[in-house]
Design a protein around this ligand. Structure first.
Ligand SMILES: [Zn+2]
Length: 143
């Protein structure tokens, strides 16, 4: 699991996993040495606080996967930046997003060629639980 986590979630380390009914809950922690302030691009390694980020990823062995990632807020020490703190980011998920990039790609791939109703059914078979409304939102269409 450690190797898989390093590959799938760059900048993190595996902590634990458990099955909650059918769902795989994967707990990870950030091990990035420093983070870049998204406002001024200055790097910082001075930790302000910690928080838990929750998001969904592609199913692992058919289990819907929910990730709990212990990550951090950093101080921005650039005196010219108007932000004092910022949250660290990761290549596999956008800021504020509740789904990984690869999960969103899969949803878009399936829904691109199908109605949202059909897409919902195909995705459910793959272990991706998603509402029709969310499929429509991700595709930027009203349906
Ligand atoms: Zn800054």
């Amino acid at each position: 699991m450690r190797e898989l986590v390093r590959k799938l979630f760059g900048g993190t380390e595996y902590l634990s996993h458990r099955l909650e009914s059918e769902e795989l809950v994967l707990e990870l922690e950030s091990v990035q040495k420093e983070a870049e302030c998204p406002h001024c691009k200055e790097k910082s390694s001075r930790v302000h606080s910690r928080y838990l980020r929750k998001f969904a990823d592609l199913p692992i062995k058919g289990h819907p996967t929910r990730v709990l990632l212990h990550c951090r807020k950093f101080f921005c020490d650039n005196p010219f930046c108007r932000y004092k703190t910022f949250t660290e980011n990761f290549a596999f998920i956008r800021p504020m997003e509740s789904k990984t990039q690869r999960l969103i790609s899969e949803i878009l791939k399936v829904s691109g060629n199908n109605s949202s109703r059909k897409a919902k059914a195909i995705l459910a078979e793959k272990g991706i639980k998603i509402s029709k409304a969310t499929i429509c939102n991700l595709n930027n269409k009203n349906c």
